[in-house]
Design a protein around this ligand. Sequence first.
Ligand code: DGY
Length: 328
Amino acid sequence: MSDARKKVLVFRALPPDQMARLQAAHDVSFADPKKDHAAFDAALAEAQGLIGSSFPIDAGVIAAAPKLEVVSSVSVGVDNYDLAALHARNIVLAHTPGVLDETVADTVFALLMATSRRVVELAALVREGRWDRNIGEDLFGFDVHGKTLGLLGFGRIGQAIARRAALGFGMPVLYHARRPVDLATQAPELQGRANHTPLPKLLARADFVVAMLPLTPQTRGMVDAALLAQMKPGAIFINGGRGATVDEAALLAALDSGRLRAAGLDVFAREPLPLDSRLRTHPQVTPLPHIGSATHETRHAMAALAVSNLLDALAGRRPAAVFDTAAS
Ligand code: DGY
């Protein structure tokens, strides 16, 4: 245990009260590497603790931080971190699981509703003064309630989506995961309502396929042309996990061919989405700027957990949420 003041580098802005918690215990500097790389590099050389998100902490960054003891990510996803390089140096990686599940599930459900009921497109019709008669069948949407939901990934967030679908919208839920989840102990309310299902069967049956996959070597590009071709004709694809799990060209081809009705995307292979990406303007795509957890309440809770994780690790205590870099 140690209560000595250490050097902490904050690389993405934290709420003032969370910044104050850090400053009370340690010598804190702030540098946004996307705006001031020189200041980031200078602080990195001395930093024992690093906290932030949305910037790749790769092997080069880690090598430039010889005193680093802990990296605390204000995110649940850890695909921005070179896990092997952290593991090799015995640097603790902490993250923020749990506090964002319900909010991300809300976002995914917003995309389900928006795509199937054509909410964004029809709001534009009103805004642009094109609502000049009762809408006809050509602008009708499709029901969400009672339809079948297929989930790729069934962690905490997948289960929160399943609860909304099964309990709120009467939707049968099929899920694909490496192994079945013991619903009796982990999510009793989903017993008999969510079923572990082989991928081909899930794809053939689901009206909505929702990807909630972490980005790993195994999941990169997993939603490819072959997988999309197995989806039910007219199905809707939603991605709330990581963009690079999807072959975006294959997704565009499936939308262009009419095989898929629509896609709701909160995440993209490149973020921010490049201006020349067809996913930005495609009429069947509802694109969001990676807002899964972006509410005032949840981003604050994530920052508070990340700060607690950092303070614990720098004091020699085990943080509440450590990511096991050895298992990667
Ligand atoms: C996460 O926490 O990983 C979300 O995607 C926000 O980055």
